[in-house]
Design a protein around this ligand. Sequence first.
Ligand SMILES: [Zn+2]
Ligand SMILES: [Zn+2]
Length: 378
Amino acid sequence: MKAAVLYSAVPSTGSASQKPSYADARPLVVQELARPEPRAGELGVAITYSSLCHSDLSVVDGSRVRPLPMALGHEAVGRVVSVGGGVSDVSVGDHVVLVFVPSCGDCRACRSGRPALCHQAAEVNGSGDLLHGEALLRTPAGERINHHLGVSAFADYAVVARESVVVIDDDVPDTVAAMFGCAVLTGMGAVLNTAAVTAGQSVAVFGLGAVGLSAVMAASLAEAGSVIAIDPNSGKHQLALDCGATAVGTPEDAAGLIAEAAGDGVDVAVEAVGSAGVIAACLGHVTRGGAVVSVGLPHPSAELTVPALQFAGAGKRLLGSYMGDAVPGRDIPLYLGYWREGRLPVELLHTDTRPLTEINEGLDALASGQVVRRLFTA
Ligand SMILES: [Zn+2]
Ligand SMILES: [Zn+2]
């Protein structure tokens, strides 16, 4: 099998002019690995498309620390080619979206209906193992390669836990389905599950990557009265309007646009940048009783300093949202239903498709904001 492996992170200097060129540094090595077979509780999946997400970039630049070497990629679609022992509800040939939290179904979070926060999944995702056993990937020389979030989908094949897939209808195009496992699940869930936006509310979304744009689509779908989409890259603004935003602008425009649409603040602000400073700004942009949903991943060293009185004094809420508080087996079919009805234009997120050998060039394109979702095929 073929996979893209990260052996060492390429730290970002933080300054835009000194961003590393991944096309030159080539941190991801596309190589042949020994092909593992699924164990009990696992599936072999032929990956058709995987897409590059900001969380992959965060592992590459070292802001998300993971055990290396690791085969990256966590947003993908494929077909089941082999089924391990004890799996009776998935068959060879099934069309599957891969999900990056393999929920155990039995821990405290799973039992309370919050599988996105599964304790066992967090542990094995952190160690680079799979839910039903230790890492299977090996170089031809026998060196262990860690799995990324139980998926490792920048590859032509993956062995994953049964809990890492959701079976979908055969006829959904792979280029659409590929984006449902991370971007769509996370962005839509932030709005529909975490914030539970209702018709007529005002919503602002900060950061217009695939997650932020999915949040814009969800707010529009929920019939929010106004959907204000903010990103410093004005090249993203037309796309946000196409996704259902009612107003777009840069961070400098945000206060004016919010005042115009929602008076003293929006009901819900979604932070999809991953910046402590933007989370703090969002708290200033919500009205009394409003909620900020923190969905972007800040650097682990980032700390938040905000006026403490706004919580008890103005009823504001700060809500963390991991994977959109999703229940994947419920939400992916639900969201695919919206897409089928023409109410969720997920195609807009798909910028282009490239061969897996161009994955490092893809990192540059994502880091510079040239692409929303670039799909890869091995
Ligand atoms: Zn992702
Ligand atoms: Zn669990």
